[in-house]
Design a protein around this ligand. Structure first.
Ligand code: SER
Length: 317
């Protein structure tokens, strides 16, 4: 049975990814790791260990002791936090990825999956239906580190035949763990405020269009790429998306369920980050090479988000 180690496993994506992987691969075969005390759900059906990705020795020990085949390296400092602390983003995202790729090379692991992001693109990238293979000259520190991830991983594939795979995630919307320190976080916060306060002040302007996906699709894309036939992959880094919307359009969709919901706008430093990213992505390369296809559109995502969150928060709408 394949054994998988996940870093950053208490983050927005890791929290849910670990649960789904454990159902599929068996609880004991999926090692959840992170730097902090994990939420209860991570301890439920498999092991959790404290791991600092900058500690090379600890990483190697864990990979050997648990006989790991695949590492999914989710630990990352996101875009907004990266602008506040570029040095921290460098250490975690660049040095962390270096340690992971080196461990995979030295220990001969089967695969490394290290996510990238729409942040890998920049102001000189065409913003509409952004192709997979196009100029990537980001202007955020987060983006700079993600371009490193892509190029470094692809170099290790060329040079050492390491099975490196990467997804450029769009904004991810979810009802379990909160996202932390990103520019697309508004698309999660808006649901909490819509249910609790019936109003929300958005830190991006009304017409800021960004590519997005709902968590079940994010998990599906991750596992589908991880399980894809290595021989069939011509690329190593893939755009994935489900839909694009603006804060005003998301508010309109929420209003179909909560008619009294109000939104106003106070753009902050994150506006500039969002303005340098694509408005929509062309993910046809992922569709062709490993059969990527999202299940959720905007209305289906909004309906399920409100349903799940209202249960979780014990609020009617
Ligand atoms: N969700 C991320 C962010 O906003 C983008 O990858 O930073």
């Amino acid at each position: 049975m394949t054994r998988i180690l996940v870093t950053g496993s208490y983050g927005q994506i890791g929290t849910e990814l670990v649960g789904v992987l454990r159902k599929k691969y068996g609880g004991e075969n999926v090692l959840a790791t992170g730097r902090k005390k994990p939420p209860a759900i991570l301890n439920e059906d498999g092991p959790y260990y404290r791991l600092d990705i900058l500690d090379e020795n600890q990483l190697h020990t864990m990979l050997v002791d648990y006989d790991i085949d695949i590492i999914i390296h989710n630990a990352s400092v996101l875009s907004a936090t990266g602008e506040k602390n570029p040095q921290l983003a460098y250490r975690t995202n660049v040095e962390g990825t270096y340690n992971v790729m080196e461990a995979v090379r030295i220990l001969g692991l089967e695969q490394a999956l290290v996510p990238s992001s729409i942040a890998a693109f920049g102001p000189s990238t065409p913003r509409d239906n952004t192709p997979n293979d196009v100029i990537t000259r980001p202007t955020s520190m987060y983006g700079v580190t993600k371009v490193f991830v892509e190029l470094f991983g692809e170099y290790y594939k060329l040079r050492y035949d390491i099975d490196f795979r990467s997804l450029r995630y769009p904004g991810v919307i979810s009802a379990e763990a909160l996202p932390g320190g990103g520019t697309t976080d508004y698309a999660v916060a808006i649901f909490y405020e819509a249910l609790k306060e019936k109003k929300y002040t958005c830190f991006l302007g009304p017409d800021t269009r960004l590519p997005m996906m709902f968590m079940p699709d994010c998990i599906k894309s991750t596992i589908d790429l991880m399980e894809a036939d290595n021989e069939k992959l011509k690329h190593r880094t893939f755009n994935v998306t489900a839909f694009s919307f603006t804060p005003a359009e998301l508010a309109e969709e929420i209003r179909k369920h909560i008619p009294e919901f109000e939104i106003d706008y106070e753009p902050d430093f994150r506006q500039q980050i969002a303005d340098s990213w694509p408005m929509s992505l062309d993910d046809s390369v992922a569709r062709e090479e490993w059969g990527w296809k999202p299940d959720y559109d905007l209305p289906a995502m909004v309906e399920e988000m409100l349903e799940k969150l209202s249960k979780k928060l014990g609020l009617e709408y």
